[in-house]
Design a protein around this ligand. Structure first.
Ligand code: GDP
Ligand code: IMO
Ligand code: MG
Length: 427
């Protein structure tokens, strides 16, 4: 199998970083295809923890070609900082390439993100304030500036100047905020241009060549299915397409090239930011799960909202991504919680529905329908095969497969590389 797409099946933070790193042992190319530095992917190498925002998680294996695809919005300030941080820790980043077609995040995207969030008041989305939404707005409005523009300085200036006039007017008149200075941005970005120039490439061509040569390519999803602009809980979503189709658009490969789509599923559900979350556990039980799972945002440090495993959203994820397999993570976090609950449907206007509703208003009225299943007390962090898991734990995995119709291929029982059970090889 040559091309595998890895997607988050819930609201992000499912453990995509850990699973990408695990699969990167066998993959030769790892591609980020959408999102930006709103992502925070944690990888543990031995006892060392790495938090990656833009650089593909494959970078921690030497010699991997790591691509930032055309669908990503790139904040060069964060990228440079991340590259420096990795170099300081002895990680070789020579394999990184950035698509010339990827869009740049500019300082005003971050300013607008924050100003718009403040302006929304109680209706805040709870964005990461990394400028993601405004950068994708510019991309679709055709006023974006691309990574490739860093290579042609007169063009860069020509594109930036009119954007700043419009942005500064917007900031002053609507948001009562100070504007941005053209020369200051040009100065700052000239530095990034010098630094990033050797890394800018036609990454789409590189991926297609790798596939033609029979090399194994892993498409590393960021965010999750329920944060997808079309398939998620709109408008409480991000501004891009984390779902599997986004991999083709955002990496520049055709759908015929993809062999497998793996959904990363956390053994329970979490969400950062606002928006409906039917299986959310409030109060002390939710706090317990947050502490046991160390559920605090990798990018913003915000406490994550926690809830039971919700198979309504997972069936939706299976459908819209065409999932061929599941990588189940953080199963160890459920140890000691008894009984466990699995959400199997929603009660909506007196009847039980199995399908994830498109309407936010409908979703807000949905009550979760739970099935109670026995928990387990045993520490499972040292298990390396299904047979070593307690019976109740195996039943939980089997129930997930039954309710989603998707087989579990990998099970993570801890954050480290070796804390992984292989049920079926992915590469
Ligand atoms: P991502 O955004 O999908 O890559 O996920 P994050 O890195 O934001 O959050 C997942 C967190 O769970 C990280 O701190 C990981 O180190 C950790 N993690 C991943 N898999 C496991 C697991 O199986 N068990 C435990 N206990 N932690 C895990
Ligand atoms: P990874 O890749 C979890 C959420 C934000 C907010 C919404 C919109 O680590 O799983 P944005 O800044 O994108 O405009 O915010 O999306 N969000 C994430 N939540 N994990 C992520 O990435 C996320 N990226 C964005 O919290 O609710
Ligand atoms: Mg994360």
């Amino acid at each position: 199998m040559a091309a595998v797409v890895l997607v988050g099946a819930q609201w992000g933070d499912e453990g995509k970083g850990k699973i990408t790193d695990y699969l990167a042992e066998k993959a030769q190319v790892v591609v980020r295809y959408q999102g930006g530095s709103n992502a925070g992917h944690t990888v543990m190498v031995g006892e060392e923890e790495f938090k990656l925002h833009l650089v593909p998680s494959g970078i921690l294996y030497p010699g991997r070609l790591c691509l930032i695809g055309n669908g990503v919005v790139v904040d060069p300030a964060i990228l440079v900082q991340e590259l420096d941080g990795l170099a300081e820790r002895g990680i070789d980043t020579a394999g990184l390439r950035i698509s010339s077609r990827a869009h740049l995040i500019l300082p005003y995207h971050k300013g607008l993100d924050a100003a718009q969030e403040e302006h929304r008041g109680a209706a805040q989305i709870g964005t990461t304030r990394r400028g993601i939404g405004p950068a994708y707005v510019d991309k679709t409005a055709r006023t974006g500036i691309r990574v490739g523009d860093l290579l042609d300085w007169p063009v860069f200036r020509e594109k930036l100047a009119p954007n700043l006039i419009a942005v500064n007017e917007l900031l002053a008149k609507i948001y009562d905020q100070p504007g941005y200075d053209l020369e200051a941005i040009l100065d700052e970005y000239a530095g990034y241009a010098r630094r990033l120039e050797p890394l800018i490439a036609d990454t789409g061509r590189l991926v297609n060549e790798a596939l033609n040569d029979g090399r194994r390519v892993l498409f590393e999803g960021a965010q999750g299915t329920l944060l997808d602009l079309d398939q998620g809980t709109y408008p409480f979503v991000t501004s891009s397409y984390p779902t599997a189709g986004g991999a083709c658009i955002g990496a520049g490969v055709g759908p015929t090239r993809i062999d497998k789509v793996i959904g990363v599923v956390k053994a329970y559900t979490t969400r950062v930011g606002a928006g409906p979350f039917p299986a959310e556990i409030t109060g002390a039980a939710g706090d317990l799960l947050r502490e046991q799972g160390r559920e605090y945002g990798t990018t913003t440090g915000r406490p994550r909202r926690c809830g039971w495993l919700d198979t309504v959203i997972l069936r939706h994820a299976a459908q819209v991504n065409g999932l061929t397999g599941i990588a189940l993570t953080k199963l160890d976090v459920l140890t000691g919680i008894n009984p466990l609950r699995i959400c199997t449907g929603y009660r909506y206007r007196g009847s039980i529905i199995q399908d994830f509703p498109a309407s936010l208003e409908a979703l807000q009225q949905c009550e979760p329908v739970y099935e109670e299943v026995p928990g387990w007390q045993e520490d499972i962090t040292a298990a390396r095969s299904l047979a070593e898991l307690p019976g109740a734990c195996r039943s939980y995995v089997r129930r997930l497969e039954e309710l989603t119709g998707v087989p579990v291929h990998l099970i993570a029982v801890g954050p480290r590389r070796d804390q992984t059970i292989v049920v079926e090889e992915i590469f």
